[in-house]
Design a protein. Sequence first.
Length: 234
Amino acid sequence: MTATKPRVILLDIEGTVCPISFVKDVLFPYALKALPATLAAEWDSPSFASYRNAFPTEHSATPEAMIAHVRDLMSRDVKISYLKSLQGYLWESGYANGSLKAPLFPDVAPKILSWTRDDGIKVMIYSSGSVAAQKLLFRHTNTEPSDLTPHLTDYFDTVNAGPKMEAASYTKIAAAHADLAPASEWLFLSDNVKEVEAAKQAGMQSYVVERPGNAELSEEDRKKHRVIRNFDEL
């Protein structure tokens, strides 16, 4: 598989296990469409209070202020924890009623199953989306089985690990499971070159995943990093 066979594989989501377009063209619009009705129905609900109160005061005074702020953040693709948490809450109903189903690339589920069942490799997720949203996505996929969460050991986001382009985040992730393997026996797969570089700085093995719809890689990036087009190339 690699020069040193990994004992842990850490996966990015967008552009790595599913198309970037799923998040941009399906999940984001669904959240925006569901938001007004959700706020109208649940604004004063105790179950919604933690999501509302996580927003800055000036943006959580009224439903209208929150809607405007969410639209602004999403239009600029701002990755901030309170927005990610709210998005996960909004997507939950969509996954539950079947409106949302994560379109994984065809090679992803079979490899996750073979890694975990046949090779004894632990598979974990690291995404800018919240841990709750990650679990929803992998619980409702277009694969068989649809629910892949029983095969995933842990989940990391920018809250419990840190920014994805900083080496310290990968050091923290590896330290959380130091009993499984040293950082050198982790393999991080991502479409983002800067994330791959950060993982390498932390001592992990890391490859760039080139999928349809991803940003074009430069010749320099291709020379500096191993590039794979699907998980079967590992």
